[in-house]
Each structure stands twice: as C-alpha cells, then as structure tokens.
Design a protein around this ligand. Structure first.
Ligand SMILES: NC(=O)c1ccc[n+]([C@@H]2O[C@H](COP(=O)([O-])OP(=O)(O)OC[C@H]3O[C@@H](n4cnc5c(N)ncnc54)[C@H](O)[C@@H]3O)[C@@H](O)[C@H]2O)c1
Length: 303
C-alpha cells in the first residue's frame, strides 16, 4: 500500500502545544508536512499564556528532521486567527491544511454557568474555528486545494452534564463544517470534523488512569491526518475515533409519516402517530439543507 504523504503541504494545527493537537502535528510532520504549531499556552480553562508548549513541539519536529514554526496567538479573536494563518503564508507561501483543534473547558451545571464561562468557551471553540477557517479559506480557494478538519465532541453531538457551553460550541462547529463542505466543494476544499476520545489534560479528571494506555491521542491522529490528505475522498463527515475505534457519526432522518395537507392536520394525528414519526428505522444521512428540502417535497409528491 502506498504511503500517505504530505510532502510540499503546509499545515496549521491550532492548540498543537499538547494533547491531541501535538499528536496531529507530529504525524503530519513525520510524513513531510511543514507545520505551524499554534498554541496560546495557557491553562485548560483558558487562563494564562506562554510560549513553551508550542516551542517544545516545534523542537520535537525539528529534532526528528521535520519543519515547523511556532505561533502563540489566540484563535479566539479575528486578529490572532488571521496572524496564525499569516504565519503559514509568510513562512511557506500557502496553507493547504487547517486543523481547528484549540480548546478550553469551563464546566458547570447549566443553572450555575456564568455568562463569562459561556462566552469564553464559545470564543475559543466556535469563534476560533470560524475565524481560522475564514482566514485560511481564500488562500485555499486560490490554490484550488484545502483540507479543514475541526474538533467536535461527543458532548456536542450527544450532550454531557455540565457542558452546556462546550456542547453548544461543538455542535456549532459541525454546522459550520457542513457549510464549508458546500462552499468549498468547487475549489477542492474538503471540510470534516472529528469526535475524539483521548486521555489528555482536558480529560484528566474524566478517564481513570488505567485507561490512558488505550486512549492515547496517537489512536485518534491517523484518521485526522487521513482527512488532511490528498487521499481524502469525503467532505462533510464527522469521524469518531478513540482507543482503536474509528467510525462515522451522523445526523440521520427517519422515514417519518406523510399527512395529506388538503385535510386538517390535528394534534391527535401527531399523538396517534408519534412512534412512527420518531422512528429511526430506515433512517438516512442527508448531505445538505437543499437535499433535505428535496426529501420533504418527495414525500409530498408520493402522498
Ligand atoms: N480529549 C478528548 O477526549 C476530547 C474529546 C472531545 C473533544 N476534544 C477536543 O479536542 C481538542 C483538543 O483537546 P485535548 O484533549 O488535546 O486538550 P488539551 O487541553 O490538551 O489541548 C488543547 C490545546 O489548545 C490550546 N488552546 C486553548 N485555548 C487556545 C487559544 N485561544 N488559542 C490557541 N490555542 C489554545 C491549549 O493551550 C492546549 O494546548 C479540543 O478542541 C477538545 O475540545 C477532546
């Protein structure tokens, strides 16, 4: 099997100073990519900053014979995000790959969550992904090549107690990814998302120590790197990866029921048919809002 390589490709990995981002960067660099190692270098709750994390990962890559430059800007503001992408352009003249990975946590039950906890988490995850993608997209379009993969989360897709802010941001990222897929298709820009499960400082209080050996970030990185490669044939997908498990996660739409609109549609009709309406048996994944509208129109024409 041919080796998947990234020679002459330029990548930006946000939040690459540790955890999953570091692993993504090391893998891409080990296969020939030139990588901007972005990391604000603060604590897991978004406080503080520092240069050590990004510098160390750059050094690791260089020691292994690869090419990397550090960047210490925050993804959470437009100026910082623009500067992250500018670092790639100034250093290597282009950007081919963007991994939106930077993240923080401010967990609290919904009732206790302060507005600041909400705003800070949305700023890093959702705004950060939006800003970095927005800064990278014109360059990708100009080169008719781009791979964007953004970090979502099981908390966003399925919900998790105490993570209302984080879940809202992580599902927002999936929505953004679907639009980038559509707007990028013409320019060979593919956008996907990753739902990772890995032992990092972010999940240090979640996973028991004896699971850390099987939940290494190394076990997530291969599918993220694949989605960044020329071999990637899909866009608009959300991948799940952790502990050796790889799959696709998707919103599915059940077959539902159709009522003729020439008759009144009553509350009781919903009540009587609620099991059928909510059944996911025979559910399908849908590629766009247009396709979704087409599906509804198709049901009407069959009715
Ligand atoms: N570890 C998991 O199981 C898991 C599960 C679901 C989602 N995720 C997501 O994966 C991504 C990576 O998480 P991780 O587990 O490696 O955590 P991590 O804390 O080890 O890594 C996150 C990195 O982002 C950096 N960062 C934070 N704010 C930043 C900012 N404003 N600008 C630039 N960099 C910033 C941090 O300094 C840190 O190095 C996150 O988006 C996270 O939400 C992780």
């Amino acid at each position: 099997m041919a080796e998947v390589r990234f020679d002459d490709r330029v990548a930006v990995v946000t939040g690459a100073g540790g955890g999953l981002g570091r692993e993504y960067a090391l893998l891409l660099a080990s296969r020939g990519a030139k990588v901007v190692i972005n990391d604000l270098g603060g604590a897991f709750d978004g406080t503080g900053s520092g240069h050590t994390a990004a510098e160390q990962v750059c050094q690791e890559i260089k020691d292994a014979g690869g090419e990397a430059v550090p960047n210490f800007d925050s993804v959470a503001d437009w100026e910082g995000a623009s500067n992250i992408i500018k670092t790639a352009i100034d250093t290597w003249g282009k950007i081919d790959i963007l991994i939106n990975n930077a993240g923080i946590l401010r967990d609290k039950s919904f009732i206790k969550m302060e507005m600041e906890d909400y705003e800070k988490v949305l700023a890093v995850h959702l705004n950060g992904t939006f800003f970095c993608s927005k800064a990278a997209f014109p360059h990708m379009r100009e080169n008719n090549y781009g791979r964007i993969i953004s970090a979502s989360s099981g908390a966003g897709v399925y919900g998790n107690f105490g993570q209302a802010n984080y879940a809202a941001a992580k599902m927002g990222i999936v929505g953004l990814m679907h639009v980038l897929k559509q707007e990028g298709a013409k320019y060979n820009i593919m956008a996907n998302a990753i739902v990772p499960v890995a032992g990092t400082r972010m999940t240090a209080t979640v996973f028991p120590a004896d699971l850390l050996d099987v939940l290494k970030p190394q076990f997530v990185a291969p599918v993220v790197a694949w989605a960044c490669s020329e071999n990637c044939t899909v866009s608009g997908y959300t991948f799940t990866a952790g502990g050796g498990y790889f799959s696709r996660t998707a919103f599915m739409e059940g077959p539902g029921v159709y009522f003729d609109v020439k008759q009144p549609i009553t509350l009781e009709m919903i009540d009587e048919n609620i099991d059928k309406i909510t059944s996911l048996e025979g559910a399908v994944a849908i590629g766009s809002a247009t396709e979704h509208a087409g599906l509804i129109l198709g049901k009407m024409s069959q009715g």
